[in-house]
Ligand binder design. Structure first.
Ligand SMILES: Cc1cc2nc3c(=O)[nH]c(=O)nc-3n(C[C@H](O)[C@H](O)[C@H](O)COP(=O)(O)OP(=O)(O)OC[C@H]3O[C@@H](n4cnc5c(N)ncnc54)[C@H](O)[C@@H]3O)c2cc1C
Length: 340
């Protein structure tokens, strides 16, 4: 039976005007969510960890590494604490990954609070230990030490571009650098920041990894600008699955990443509900990656915070499977018909 739309009773029950069916049928329509062409290989992934501070954290890190290892990431990277505070722990973690796993480790290295000779010494030690991939960064001083934000060490590498050039003199490293879709907070302008990224690549960087972002449009426009500036190396999106929303809001204010209003709405009311926050985090990050995939991007770098579960689930949604299982699941080769 047809009923007139917009009756008081309907508005009361649905909270909106118009019959539900009319609303459903007059809104925008999507036949399906954008999906990856199944004939294409799955995306290439990399995972970022931080060096553990104690045995419990070490155990958690290694459980994460072991869980993610079968996904055969392109590389896994280990961060360098603010002010170079984790120099030994970063080195120990990276060299253990190289010694005990099938993974390719990358060591983060910064310019902060060290002379060129000291930084070169760390890089040489990596080269001698067989580490061939460095994530070269300017770094940030430990909080409170440099109120102006950053002052180069008088005898050190001033900026990441200088460090990249220094590393090139030491060995034929694979060098990743940082990129900022929403601009580095200390950059004079977006154009100056892009010039800086170009300088890092011209100095010898082979890839950029972006600061995390949540606004896919902004990141795609940034890629357009990189391309227009003549950058040809991959600018790999850095993906942060968000479980602690309040912490991300605080951190984003410092690092210049914007947090859209829709995220606040998604996490509203979940302050004491970690389990649901984790499910929401996986869904949001997977959707972000799928949108980027639909726009042609096929490499992702995950900020794992030393946990495997979210990265693993998102990787699965993106079509990445453990190497051995993928082989076993592959359809048997089809015998070709002899042509008549
Ligand atoms: C993927 C990724 C990984 C990271 N890993 C770590 C880590 O392990 N440890 C850590 O401490 N931090 C890390 N960071 C944070 C990073 O160190 C900070 O964002 C830092 O403030 C900038 O580092 P950068 O390498 O981008 O610096 P740079 O590329 O040197 O740029 C820093 C700022 O200086 C400006 N600039 C560059 N050259 C000049 C110049 N000649 N004159 C004036 N201004 C200039 C740039 O425009 C920019 O605003 C990481 C960031 C990302 C995105």
């Amino acid at each position: 039976m047809q009923t007139p739309s917009g009756t008081a009773a309907e508005t009361q029950t649905s909270g909106r005007s118009g019959s539900p069916l009319a609303r459903w049928l007059t809104g925008p329509r999507f036949a399906r969510l954008p999906s990856r062409d199944a004939a294409l290989p799955p995306p290439l992934l990399s995972f970022e960890f931080f060096p553990p501070k104690n045995q419990a954290m070490e155990d958690a890190l290694w459980a994460a590494i072991r869980r993610l290892e079968p996904l055969a990431p392109r590389f896994v990277s280990v961060t360098y604490g603010a002010g170079g505070s984790t120099r030994e722990r970063t080195h120990a973690t990276v060299t253990r990954i190289r010694a005990e796993t099938s993974l390719t480790p990358a060591a983060h290295l910064t310019c902060v609070a060290a002379t060129r000779a000291e930084v070169d010494g760390v890089a040489r030690a990596y080269w001698e230990a067989g580490i061939r991939h460095i994530v070269a960064l300017r770094g940030d001083p430990p909080a409170g030490i440099d109120p102006s934000g950053y002052t180069p060490h008088p005898g050190g590498y001033a900026y990441a571009a200088d460090l990249v050039a220094g590393l090139r003199r030491i060995g034929d490293f694979d060098i990743s650098v940082a990129a900022y879709p929403e601009m580095h907070p200390q950059a004079a302008s977006a154009a100056a920041d892009l010039d800086n990224l170009k300088r890092k690549i011209d100095a010898g960087a082979t890839r950029a990894i972006t600061q995390y972002f949540f606004d896919t449009d902004t990141s795609l426009r940034f890629l357009d600008r990189c391309h227009a500036a003549g950058i040809t190396v991959p600018i790999v999106p850095g993906i942060l699955p968000v479980t602690n929303f309040q912490q991300v809001v605080k951190f984003s204010a410092m690092c210049g990443a914007s947090v859209p209003g829709w995220m606040a709405e998604l996490f509203q009311g979940l302050e004491d509900d970690l389990e649901t926050r984790r499910m929401v985090a996986a869904a949001v990050a997977a959707e972000q990656c799928r949108l980027l995939q639909a726009n042609g991007i096929d490499e992702f770098h995950f900020y794992t915070l030393n946990r495997a579960d979210l990265a693993y689930a998102i990787a699965h949604i993106l079509g990445v499977r453990p190497a051995r299982k993928a082989e076993a699941a592959a359809p048997p080769p089809v015998a070709k018909c002899a042509s008549a």
